[in-house]
Design a protein around this ligand. Structure first.
Ligand code: SAM
Length: 281
């Protein structure tokens, strides 16, 4: 909490919002902090000023989850950027789209993309996360925050099923059990007439490497790890994979870093560590 002396001064910064989350919901600080770090860096990938603003407004020890580090910051910024670009492209093609940002955390994608009406946008996360989110975002006719678990069937009934829709899951599906991912994707496809689902996929080796390199206490929370994308293709006959990229070859990495990653990229298991995929249905 803000100290009381600061609270009495007219020039004082406003009191910071205390962040009391644990377990999976607390993982939202990792990409949030990375986006703020990226914003502060000389060659920002995402230019997310609002993430920086939110980090400054939170009373939280961001080092707690090992949330810093240049490589990690870059990977998370690239991940958000790739998913942003896919959503942006979809909105260009479908001006009346619905966007579902699954497991939104305190992500500022809706501010980064600033979709014009009549795009309808839903940010979904656990109730304790949405409570915090509501201090930084306000609902409008086109922008709604839904509180609930992605594993429940209820929340989707509030989403219109008759418009082209894109669901984005940025650093989220890994926290679900494999059967939960399958059910979620099937429910989305069944509810929405047509559209896309874009997300990141981590391989089991990414976790082994992550554990070896740092003391990241959240790695043990990850449950859905995929080596072979054919497993995802097989979830529903309506799903069609149209793109898949390794983070190591992302066009959003600085050129020098891409060159540096050229050698690891040659190793198939390294290429599979973190991938971004785009499916149509
Ligand atoms: C690593 S954070 C990513 C947050 C956000 N997508 C971003 O990129 O900043 C994972 C998020 O997924 C949410 N999440 C995980 N499992 C969920 C579930 N079953 N239902 C709703 N949200 C979930 C967490 O609460 C958390 O906000």
């Amino acid at each position: 909490m803000a100290d009381s002396a600061a609270g009495r001064s007219p020039e004082a910064a406003p009191p910071r919002t205390r962040l009391d989350l644990s377990g999976v919901p607390e993982t939202l600080v990792i990409p949030l902090y990375a986006k703020a770090q990226d914003y502060r860096s000389r060659r920002s990938i995402l230019h997310d000023a609002k993430a920086e603003e939110i980090v400054r407004s939170l009373d939280y020890n961001f080092e707690r989850l090992g949330a810093s580090g240049k490589t990690r910051t870059r990977m998370l910024a690239v991940r958000a950027r790739q998913l942003d670009e896919w959503v942006r492209g979809f909105l260009v093609r479908h001006s009346n789209a619905t966007v579902l940002n699954l497991g939104c955390g305190l992500d500022t994608r809706v501010a980064r993309l600033a979709p014009p009406a009549p795009v309808s946008w839903f940010d979904i996360d656990f109730p304790e996360v949405i409570d915090v989110r509501k201090r930084f975002f306000s609902e409008t006719e086109e922008y709604r925050m839904l509180a609930g678990s992605l594993t429940d069937a209820d929340w989707l009934s509030g989403v219109p099923g008759d418009r082209p829709a894109i669901a984005v899951a940025d650093g989220v599906l890994g926290y679900l059990a494999p059967q939960e991912v399958t059910s979620l994707l099937r429910r989305i496809i069944a509810r929405l007439r047509s559209g896309e689902i874009v997300f990141d996929v981590m391989s089991p080796s990414a976790i082994r490497l992550g554990r070896a390199r740092s003391q990241n206490p959240t790695a043990g929370l990850l449950r859905w790890l995929v080596d072979d994308l054919a497993q995802i293709d097989a979830i529903d006959p309506r799903l069609r994979r149209v793109e898949a990229h390794s983070v190591l070859a992302s066009r959003y990495l600085p050129f020098g870093v891409r060159l540096e990653y050229g050698i690891p990229w040659l190793v198939p298991s390294m290429r599979r560590l973190i991938r971004f995929v785009r499916y149509e249905f």
